[in-house]
Ligand binder design. Structure first.
Ligand code: HEM
Length: 368
């Protein structure tokens, strides 16, 4: 029985369908003449907010699993399942934008001025989602408490935002978890990093030779490409030098701690070892989430360009120019993307000591 009405529970009463369908109030209707496409504009935004709610529900549960000093291994599969769900939702959100693009710029103009100064910029859940993942924002409209954005928030929304900002982000929790990863240093004189460095050095010098001897590369282009190899070599040096690594962190080139970077690299290199498989999938999903968020941002920016050209946004930003600029700055797990620079083909990987290999495998023994 439904607790609210005394009727048996129904589809409509369980899901609050009447309330849900009564939440769309086109401004154009209020002004006397409904613009046909405004309903779509509202529905697509509201659908986004519902999906943001679900994404936050999943991300918060995964953060909860990693917020302890010892992550329960049994929860890894659940975390991987929930993050996979987040990526599936993100794909749907990109498609939602495509539906909105069936509205023409001229049809948008029918009601655009009526919704000003409201803007997606003020989506509190979007900002909480960014903080939960660990996006670092420096935009003055966001940071300044006197900004129109801050002033548009209710006290509850402000509290929610502040709570999300002060809680450890998923980035920070994953970093701590990686730093605690065993196997990286073992008691038995494990020389993995030394062997790995040698193998990688050989690999990079092959790149250098390839460019130096390439028959079609000449002059400036050859010098430029050799310069790129040198940059990679320096970048690689910083992988084993605390000070160099810190310099890159200070310059904003790297963010993940050195120890966490080593653990992530090890997991990526030896992903086929049974114990490392779920951690590998988890790291891959973080990259997927970052990538899909970038795709959403890009799709949104392109849509904005075609809808309003280069006009300023209703939220007070430069519009398309602002959105394009956020693209590169908002990646959270860029260090995990960059790890691919240091991967080696399986055939060149240093072999693991036998006892370590055993510890990384499943150790179930059949009793006779
Ligand atoms: C006709 C469709 C749309 C237009 C023309 C548009 C326009 C804009 C513009 C110009 C901005 C920059 C801030 C500003 O000055 O207002 C912005 C930001 C934003 N919009 Fe949209 N938008 C549209 C649809 C959507 C939809 C469907 C969503 C879904 C929730 C959305 C979410 C956002 C978010 C989250 C931001 C902040 C992005 C950031 O700061 O990185 N927008 N939008």
């Amino acid at each position: 029985m439904d607790k609210i009405s005394s009727r048996p529970l129904s589809y409509g009463s369980y899901l609050r369908v009447p309330e849900l369908l009564n939440l769309q109030f086109p401004k154009s209707l209020e002004h006397g003449k409904e613009a046909h496409d405004e309903l779509l504009f509202i529905v697509v935004h509201q659908a986004h907010e519902l999906w943001f709610k679900q994404i936050l529900h999943e991300l918060n549960s995964v953060s909860g699993m990693f917020a302890t000093n010892r992550v329960d291994e049994k929860m890894m599969g659940t975390a991987v399942g929930r993050l996979t769900r987040v990526t599936e939702i993100q794909k749907v959100l990109i498609d939602h934008l495509r539906i909105l693009e069936t509205m023409t710029p001229l049809d948008f103009l029918e009601f655009r001025d009526l919704v000003s100064p409201a803007s997606g910029f003020q989506s509190v859940q979007f900002r909480i989602l960014e903080s939960t993942l660990g996006v670092r924002r420096e935009h003055p409209l966001l940071a300044n408490p006197e900004s129109p954005f801050a002033k548009s928030l209710t006290p509850e929304e402000m509290t929610q935002m502040r709570q999300a900002e002060s809680a450890p982000s998923l980035f920070a929790l994953i970093e701590k978890w990686l730093e605690r990863t065993p196997f990286i240093e073992t008691q038995d004189g494990f020389t993995f990093w030394q062997e790995y460095q040698n193998a990688l050095k050989q690999h990079l010098s092959r790149d250098r030779e390839f460019i130096a001897n390439h028959p079609l590369l000449v002059g400036e282009e050859k010098a430029r490409q050799l310069g790129e190899v040198e940059k990679t070599e320096n970048y690689f040096q910083a992988l084993f030098d605390t000070q160099l690594h810190q310099d890159l962190v200070d310059k904003g080139v790297r963010r993940l701690s050195l120890r966490a970077t080593h653990a992530a690299l090890f997991i990526n290199l030896y992903r086929e070892e049974p114990i490392l498989h779920l951690p590998f999938r988890l790291l891959t999903l973080l990259v997927d989430i970052d990538e899909l968020l970038q795709q959403w941002r890009a799709q949104h920016a392109i849509m904005v360009h075609r809808m309003i050209g280069i006009r300023v946004g209703t939220g007070g930003s430069l519009g398309y120019a602002y959105l394009r600029a956020t693209l590169d700055k908002t990646k959270v797990f860029a260090d995990l993307f960059n790890l691919s620079t240091f991967l080696l083909p399986r055939s060149s990987l240093p072999a693991l000591p036998q006892n370590l290999e055993q510890r990384l495998g499943f150790a179930f023994q059949q009793q006779n």
